[in-house]
Design a protein around this ligand. Structure first.
Ligand SMILES: NC(=O)C1=CN([C@@H]2O[C@H](COP(=O)(O)OP(=O)(O)OC[C@H]3O[C@@H](n4cnc5c(N)ncnc54)[C@H](O)[C@@H]3O)[C@@H](O)[C@H]2O)C=CC1
Ligand SMILES: O=C(O)[C@@H]1CCC=N1
Length: 271
């Protein structure tokens, strides 16, 4: 993104704001190059103070944008598309949708315009530059794919996938943040039960989870390889791990991810 370009994030809630913060934190653009829209702009007053353009006027935000990010809920999308259609410039703008369960074709069909669309599925760790973002498109040019990639690369790790896999990516990576956070919370509750103050237990559980993830990412090893290094024969790790498995630990995670993926595919009710 160059210093003349403008990005408008329509629907500045959890993920829209995380994206804005991440882009500014990464130095890819200044707050002045980002417009944030939302229905209740009082909730964005601190962003206005930091130099972001804050407004409830989607049409105006779209008019000045080179990149338009759609970040409303799936059920809010059609109304938004109807509203912004008169301001869209299909030849000049790139649309990036982070909306779960809505295909590029769904958006073009509703707009009845041949806009270039990239779908992106980041997660909330984008706010601190650690997102796992999947991107997909059915008509984006290489230039636009590279542009989207370059935006999301600055705020985490990006991979391009086939569009059919976007709902699966939603479950594994976007919902996944909640799944891993709940695991860490549960570990900290266990830690408190065995003697640690709650805040110490949470810090210890979170750092342990980070270490486990980094073992896989930095050593490119397999979880079972690393687990084998922890489980001493007749030891306490295997005793705890097997007890968790008897209670369906892996099965619960797998079934939860499957259900989330199914649900992600059903989020957009076409009218
Ligand atoms: N929260 C997450 O971790 C992730 C969410 N997503 C997707 O991102 C989208 C947004 O999710 P969240 O940020 O969690 O929801 P959210 O409810 O926090 O944010 C949506 C925002 O859009 C605003 N909005 C609704 N209609 C509007 C309109 N016509 N004009 C301007 N603003 C409008 C709402 O006021 C709200 O602030 C969803 O489609 C979700 O599937 C994707 C990846 C991760
Ligand atoms: O729960 C949801 O529907 C959204 C999509 C991915 C994360 N949050």
């Amino acid at each position: 993104m160059n210093s003349q370009q403008h990005i408008s994030i329509l629907g500045s809630g959890n993920i829209g704001l995380s994206l804005a913060k991440g882009l500014v934190k990464a130095g890819i653009c200044k707050p002045q190059q980002i417009s944030l829209t939302r229905r209740n702009i009082a909730a964005l007053s601190q962003y206005a103070e930091q130099g972001y353009h804050v407004s409830d006027n989607n049409l105006r935000a779209v008019r000045k944008a080179d990149i338009v990010v759609l970040a409303v809920l799936p059920q809010q999308l059609n109304k938004l598309l109807d509203e912004i259609k008169p301001s869209l410039k299909p030849d000049k703008q790139l649309l990036i949708s982070v909306i779960s369960g809505v295909s590029c074709a769904d958006i073009r069909q509703h707009l009845d315009l041949n806009v270039q669309i990239i779908r992106a599925m980041p997660n909330t760790a984008i706010a601190i530059g650690h997102s796992m973002t999947c991107i997909a498109t059915d008509n984006g040019t290489n230039k636009n794919i590279n542009l989207a990639r370059s935006l999301f690369d600055t705020v985490g790790v990006t991979i391009q996938i086939n569009e059919e896999l976007m709902t699966s990516a939603t479950a594994l990576c976007a919902c996944g943040i909640a799944f891993f956070l709940r695991s860490i919370r549960a570990a900290s509750q266990g830690g408190t039960e065995i003697g640690f103050h709650a805040h110490d237990a949470l810090k210890m559980a979170a750092q342990t989870a980070k270490g486990a993830a980094d073992l896989l990412l930095q050593l490119a090893s397999h979880p079972e390889q690393e687990i084998d290094k922890v489980t001493s024969p007749s030891g306490c790790t295997i005793a705890g791990l097997n007890e968790m498995e008897h209670h369906g630990f892996s099965s619960a995670m797998i079934k939860g991810i499957r259900l989330s993926a199914e649900k992600a595919g059903d989020l957009y009710k076409k009218d």
